[in-house]
Ligand binder design. Structure first.
Ligand code: IPE
Ligand code: IPE
Ligand code: MG
Length: 236
């Protein structure tokens, strides 16, 4: 049966193109990241208005550590500022914040901010904002495999117990439904190690605009595009 999608429960976004946005304007890359943070706020608000339940934002990949130290530290600084500025607002908006990724690789200050906001917003129900930080899909899958292997070695489970459901329960997104809609800005047609397991059946929308130009109306347009899709999940 073909399912005609309504509002996606879960939207995941690869927020790409901050550097190019800045370069086109003769500005430093950091300025693109700074303006990109404004897009985050608008997209969050649009998602709340639409009734989206989960919004996952790819903010920093496990590969982004390869960038020059100056850019990495500038990004961490912006992230800290975002977390500091938004803590109260997320609380007021009844938004729950969760971080996924190798959070232990982040600077101490960032980790503390995240833990504090996660705790403060843990029972919020309007929308769950999942920030993917130092995140890599392969790393996440490897970690799940390692945890199942050690359970098997300890005799807690047998190899035949391992199925897709058990596997998914060991991912960091355990308990979160898979994304229905995956958006990537800046026209790039690749997934760059994002949610490799979880996007099996996501509808993919590629938007030409750079992330700092992607605003409220662009999210609505992407959702309209999503609604025109026919989701088949392998059946007819
Ligand atoms: C996305 O913009 C933000 C991060 C990856 C942190 P980029 O920094 O990748 O910008 P481009 O792709 O170089 O333009
Ligand atoms: C993907 O963007 C990561 C984030 C948006 C955080 P990149 O700019 O790092 O991806 P590539 O290098 O173009 O594949
Ligand atoms: Mg990029």
């Amino acid at each position: 049966m073909v399912t005609h999608p309504e509002i996606p429960r879960h939207i995941a976004i690869i927020m790409d193109g901050n550097g190019r946005w800045a370069k086109e304007r003769g500005l430093p890359r950091l300025e693109g990241h700074r303006v990109g943070a404004e897009s985050v706020q608008e997209v969050l608000e649009a998602s709340i208005q639409l009734g989206v339940e989960y919004l996952t934002l790819y903010a920093f990949s496990s590969e982004n550590w390869r960038r020059p130290a100056t850019e990495v530290s500038a990004l961490m600084g912006l992230l800290n500022r975002f977390l500091e500025n938004k803590a109260k607002e997320l609380d007021r908006q009844n938004v729950r914040l969760i971080a996924i990724g190798q959070v232990d690789r982040l600077p101490e200050k960032t980790r503390v901010l995240i833990e504090r906001i996660e705790a403060r917003t843990a029972n919020h129900t309007t929308l769950t904002l999942v920030l993917a930080l130092s995140y890599g899909g392969r790393e996440e899958i490897v970690e799940a495999a390692r945890s199942l292997a050690s359970d098997a070695a300890a005799g807690n489970i047998s190899a035949s117990d391992i199925d897709a459901e058990l596997f998914a329960s060991r991912l960091q997104t355990s308990g979160i439904p898979d994304p229905d809609l995956l958006i990537r800005t800046s026209g790039e047609m690749r997934v760059s190690n994002f949610l490799l397991w979880q996007i099996s059946y996501a509808e993919i929308v590629i938007v030409k605009k750079y992330w700092p130009d992607f605003r409220h109306g662009d999210l609505l347009d992407s959702v309209e595009e999503y609604k025109r899709r026919h989701r088949r999940f392998g059946s007819l």
